[in-house]
Unconditional design. Structure first.
Length: 76
């Protein structure tokens, strides 16, 4: 994330680093706390977070499809 933010900061005029924001998410079996880098203008959106969101959406869709097709919640 640091390298991604550095690229954004070097390509935009007047934009500077602005610390971190916390994000709480769910891993497979546990909650995780992430410190996400920020920039002053709010242009920075880490690619890593998009990948995590897509994986979570696909997992939710798969669980729903399995449940709709007759599997019990324990089997899912």
């Amino acid at each position: 994330m640091k390298a991604e933010r550095k690229d954004i900061l070097t390509t935009s005029n007047g934009n500077k680093a602005n610390g971190y924001r916390s994000l709480r998410g769910l891993d497979i079996n546990e909650a995780i706390e992430l410190a996400i880098l920020r920039d002053h203008s709010g242009q920075f959106n880490p690619l890593q977070l998009e990948i995590m969101r897509e994986q979570q959406d696909m997992l939710n869709e798969l669980c729903f499809d399995l449940y709709v097709n007759g599997l019990t919640t324990c089997q899912v």
